[in-house]
Design a protein around this ligand. Structure first.
Ligand SMILES: *Cc1c(COP(=O)(O)O)cnc(C)c1O
Length: 379
C-alpha cells in the first residue's frame, strides 16, 4: 500500500505569474534589496488596502513590528500591551526595543483582544506609574478584532495602536481592510500565510513620513551624502526584489485564495453542524475574515471524551497535519514574569482548540480523507 501524501495545515500556493516577475528581475539584473518588483509590490499592497495607507516592504512581519516600535520612539522601560493569544512574533519585538510586554486576554466572540481587559490593563499600569506606549491587537487566524472599541480606548488614553495583521491580509472590519486602522500595522508573507513570498513582510503606516522612515531604517539608515554617513542606528530589513516578484504574482490571486479559504471554512462548518461538542471561530456580521485558518474548539464532555489531542493524533496517523491553537504568551516560559490581565478565554482556547488544514490548494480528495478521519472520531 502506498503512503498517502501529506495534507498540510497551510502550504504555499502559487498562482502562476510569480515566476514571470522573478524572471524579469533576473533579466534586468535587479537581484538586490531594491528594484521594480519591490516598488510594484508596495503599490499593489497600497491599492489593495484602499490607497489611504503607505507601505514599506520588509524582510518579515517581525521586522515590521520592530520598526513600528522604534518609530513610535519606544524606550527601555516603556510598556507595550499585547494580545496574549498569538504567535510569539507579536511579542518578541517588544523586547527588542527594551520595552516590557503586558499581556491581555481575548474575548469569546472573535478570540481577539478583549476591550474590557485592555482598559483594565491600561488603568492599572498607569496607576502603577508605567508608561504605556502602544497596544498590539492581533486579528487572530484572520478574524478582525473589535477595532471600534479598541480604537476608542486607545484614543481615550492617547496610546498608539500597532495592528498585527500578519494573518489577516484581505480581512475587513465594517468594510475597512485590517491593517489600516492603527498608526501602523504589520503584514507577513511567510510560507504558511494567505499569500507568501517564501518569507517577507510589510509595514503599513497611516502617513508617508512613517513609511519612508521605516524604509530608511530598514536600509541601514544612510544619510543623504555621497559617502556612508549615519546619524541613526540602521537595520538590514528591506525586502529583496526577487522575493517581491513572488509577491506581485501572489497579489493577482489573493482574492481567489481568500474565496477558497472561506469555502474551506464553510465545508468544515457544514460537517460539524450535526456534531455535538464542536464549535468554530465565529464571524460577527460586521466582519469578513480571510479565514486564513479554520479553527475548532472541542468540548470532550460532549464528544464521548474525544479531546483536541486525540483528534490531532488521529489526523496525523493519516498524514494530515493539524495544530493546537496558539499557546497564550502569558503561559510561555519566556514571558512568565510579564504582567497579565484577563481571565482564561485564551487558555481555554489553547486547551481545547485545533487548527484544521486550511490551504487554498486543498482538493476534494483531501477533504474526503479529512472527513473520513472525522467520521471515525465523531460518528
Ligand atoms: C506570522 C506572524 C507574525 C510574523 O511574521 P513573520 O513574517 O513570520 O516575521 C507575526 N504575528 C503573527 C500573529 C503571525 O502569525
Amino acid at each position: 500500500m502506498s503512503v498517502p501524501t501529506k495534507i498540510w495545515l497551510s502550504s504555499p500556493h502559487m498562482g502562476g505569474t510569480e515566476q514571470k516577475y522573478v524572471k524579469e528581475a533576473f533579466d534586468t539584473n535587479w537581484v538586490a534589496p531594491l528594484g521594480p518588483n519591490v516598488n510594484g509590490f508596495e503599490e499593489d499592497l497600497k491599492t489593495y488596502l484602499g490607497n489611504k495607507v503607505f507601505i514599506s516592504a520588509l524582510s518579515s512581519g517581525t521586522a515590521a513590528l520592530h520598526l513600528a516600535f522604534i518609530l513610535l520612539g519606544i524606550q527601555p522601560g516603556d510598556e507595550i500591551i499585547c494580545q496574549s493569544m498569538t504567535f510569539s512574533a507579536s511579542a518578541n519585538p517588544i523586547t527588542y526595543v527594551g520595552a516590557t510586554p503586558v499581556f491581555v486576554d481575548s474575548e469569546p466572540d472573535t478570540w481577539c483582544m478583549c476591550p474590557i481587559a485592555l482598559e483594565t490593563a491600561i488603568k492599572d499600569r498607569l496607576a502603577k506609574g508605567k508608561q504605556v506606549k502602544a497596544i498590539v491587537p492581533v486579528h487572530l487566524y484572520g478574524m478582525p478584532a473589535k477595532m471600534d472599541e479598541l480604537m476608542r480606548i486607545a484614543q481615550a488614553y492617547n496610546i498608539a495602536i500597532v495592528e498585527d495583521a500578519a494573518e489577516a491580509l484581505g480581512s475587513t472590519y465594517k468594510n475597512q481592510q485590517c491593517g489600516t486602522f492603527g498608526t501602523m500595522a504589520c503584514l507577513s508573507f511567510n510560507g504558511n500565510k494567505i499569500i507568501t513570498t517564501s518569507g517577507g513582510g510589510a509595514l503599513v503606516a497611516q502617513n508617508d513620513d512613517l513609511a519612508q522612515k521605516a524604509t530608511f531604517l530598514a536600509t541601514q539608515a544612510r544619510d543623504n551624502a555621497p559617502h556612508y554617513q549615519h546619524s541613526h542606528i540602521g537595520y538590514n530589513y528591506r525586502m529583496s526584489n526577487i522575493v517581491a516578484g513572488i509577491g506581485r504574482g501572489q497579489m493577482e490571486v489573493l482574492d481567489q485564495w481568500i474565496a477558497k479559504r472561506r469555502a474551506n471554512f464553510d465545508r468544515y462548518a457544514a460537517y460539524f453542524a450535526t456534531i455535538e461538542g464542536v464549535t468554530l471561530q465565529q464571524e460577527l456580521p460586521e466582519n469578513k475574515s480571510n479565514r486564513w485558518l479554520t479553527a475548532i474548539v472541542i468540548d470532550p464532555a460532549k464528544t464521548k471524551g474525544l479531546d483536541r489531542e486525540a483528534l490531532r493524533e488521529k489526523l496525523l496517523e493519516h498524514q494530515i497535519e493539524s495544530r493546537p491553537l496558539w499557546k497564550p504568551m502569558h503561559l510561555q516560559p519566556i514571558f512568565e514574569q510579564a504582567p497579565y490581565y484577563g481571565g482564561h478565554v485564551g487558555e481555554d482556547l489553547f486547551t481545547h482548540g485545533l487548527c484544521l488544514p486550511s490551504g487554498s490548494n486543498l482538493t476534494d480528495i483531501d477533504f474526503e480523507r479529512i472527513f473520513n478521519v472525522f467520521d471515525t472520531c465523531f460518528k
